[in-house]
Design a protein around this ligand. Sequence first.
Ligand SMILES: [Zn+2]
Length: 186
Amino acid sequence: MVRVKHAEFTLVNYWGVCYHYYVMKSATSMLLAKTNREIWCRGQAYANEGHVSIIRHDNQEVHALVKGTEDYHIILKFAPKGISQSCDCPYFQKNRYICKHVVAVAIIWDEKRGISCPNQALIEQKTVPPPAFSRRDINNLFKKPLIADLDQVRILAEETALGGYVRPHSRLPKMPKWTSPKKMDT
Ligand SMILES: [Zn+2]
């Protein structure tokens, strides 16, 4: 369970003395919903196998090195709304998708600050699931567009919208308005 939610409180008492309370932010809980499920599991394995060396960290920012086939440099930083991340591996540089190195560093950074990492149930629930269709299925849709399965097209469009971008075509109707199944039979 992720037990710590990010929050900052400033309280002013009767005499005007200001108290500033800071509750630790959880990097892993902020990254979960933006990360591909398989990438998360690979990052977790990297963290468990001791690939992560933290160079420096505080409650706002971490710089780390992840050793694998190559060494990569990772920076995670809390922003007012959410978290920003960077890694110099080709996967991150090409797509800006969260890579296993970022996940591994987030897990170790949270651990170092005494924040528990998300459990398996939460990982299953929050991470981006694998695609419902293979590249081959998609190619087949394009080969015979007139007889393409509209349900497949709709699910693919919904998945595209999962990345946080809600596109206007992501909720396609089950049938075009001008078609009725009865007319098509005759
Ligand atoms: Zn990376």
